[in-house]
Ligand binder design. Structure first.
Ligand code: FE2
Length: 386
């Protein structure tokens, strides 16, 4: 634990010293999923996750080959895209990977510079800087590939005041379930192949100017059966955090291997979304049918008072209620955090969500890894993939 904390301090100091940042990021702009049926997926994210209808593009707006639904909840924007014709290349992506994240769009002040700075450092281009216009102004987009077939799209929107992007219309819906309190994307985790973690750590350092501010090896992240390794990459201002996982040898199959098998290679494993009130958010999500990983055993909750001694006086949440909802707790030197993980949100055991509430803590719940992974292994055993 002390080693991690030292790393945290070192990393954050370096980040906040503000060494020259050749890729200033204002935050995450949106996350786009390619899915088999965007209309139904949009209904799910509205109903179960409390997203609001924001914008739409498709046949009715003059787009002939794909339909996209844009959903919003506070600062989080999800785009759900499906192909409309057999020829559309998005079909190939869905055949190979199933429903999942294609684009992690990053909000920048200068998309041309973002493209130039990253491609000259070795990024593989996805989209040359492209200007899109409508009556609300113009947006500059440019993109590069990261791990697998995942893309980082740079979005410059300072000269645009439309609802989302040119080509989209406001989506007025009669069906508007209440938000559940999700606020912003805290981090997004990528799974990469055997021995590829350090390659991608170096890629984020060299190409994107990110820094490695936390590391976990397989001695820290393991259960009786399986193991993984993880390094957390963060951009210069710390707003964008991308942990990267790779599988490690264990007695049985790691959850990362299971992901790689079903995703057909590397990709986004989970999207962590922040809330200010995890008790009400999770209560509401459970009511609306979101499936979470099984609750840690009672022994886990019995050990909390001891593990969180330092922060116990600050904790407003009732342990019994946390246990009832299956919410996990961890602490580092800066505070504590509360977190819970959904089951995969599609049939393939690939993408899932994390709901997180940070009460000062800057870590990722290392103290929960064992209980969490045991819970995932119970699901893997049911799927015959452990
Ligand atoms: Fe996470």
């Amino acid at each position: 634990m002390s080693e991690q904390l030292k790393n945290t301090e070192y990393g954050l100091e370096k980040i906040f010293e503000g060494a020259e940042d050749f890729l200033p990021l204002l935050g995450t702009d949106y996350v786009e999923l390619y899915v088999g049926n965007a209309k139904q997926a949009a209904h799910f994210y509205k109903t179960a996750f409390g997203f609001q209808s924001l914008a739409y593009s498709g046949l009715e707006t003059g787009v002939r080959d794909k339909a996209s639904y844009v959903l919003q909840q506070d600062k989080i924007r999800l785009v759900l895209t499906t192909p409309l014709t057999p020829e559309n290349k998005i079909n190939d992506h869905i055949v190979k990977h199933g429903d999942g994240v294609k684009i992690v769009a990053l909000w920048v002040d200068d998309a041309r510079s973002a493209f130039e700075e990253t491609t000259k450092r070795g990024a593989k281009p996805y989209m040359e800087p492209t200007v899109e216009k409508d009556e609300h102004g113009e947006v500059v987009k440019a993109g590069i590939y990261t791990y697998g077939e995942t893309v980082h799209l740079f979005v410059e929107r300072k000269n645009y005041n439309g609802i989302f992007l040119p080509g989209y219309q406001a989506w007025e819906s009669d069906y508007n379930p209440e938000p559940v309190g999700l606020k912003f994307i805290d981090h997004m985790v990528g799974n990469v192949g055997w021995n590829e973690m350090n390659t991608w750590v170096k890629w984020y350092e060299d190409v994107m100017g990110f820094m490695n501010f936390l590391s976990f090896d397989d001695k820290q992240i393991h259960t009786e059966y399986s193991a993984l390794m993880s390094k957390v990459m963060a951009n210069g201002n710390g707003r964008v955090k991308f942990p990267i996982n790779e599988p490690a040898e264990g007695k049985k199959k790691s959850q990362i291997e299971e992901y790689l098998d079903f995703n057909g290679g590397p990709g986004v494993q989970h999207i962590a979304v922040a809330t200010n009130d995890i008790l009400s958010t999770v209560t509401e999500m459970r009511k609306r049918g979101v499936e979470f990983l099984s609750t840690p055993p009672t022994a886990y909750y019995e050990s909390i008072p001891d593990r969180l001694k330092e922060f116990q006086h600050e904790m407003k949440e009732d342990l019994n209620q946390l246990q009832k909802l299956g919410i996990m707790i961890d602490a580092d030197e800066d505070g504590y955090l509360l977190q819970i993980f959904t089951k995969p949100v599609q049939d393939r055991p690939t993408l899932f969500f994390e709901v997180i509430q940070r009460m000062g803590a800057k870590g990722f719940g290392a103290g929960n890894f064992k209980a969490l992974f045991e819970s995932i292994e119970r699901e893997q055993a049911k799927r015959g993939t452990l």
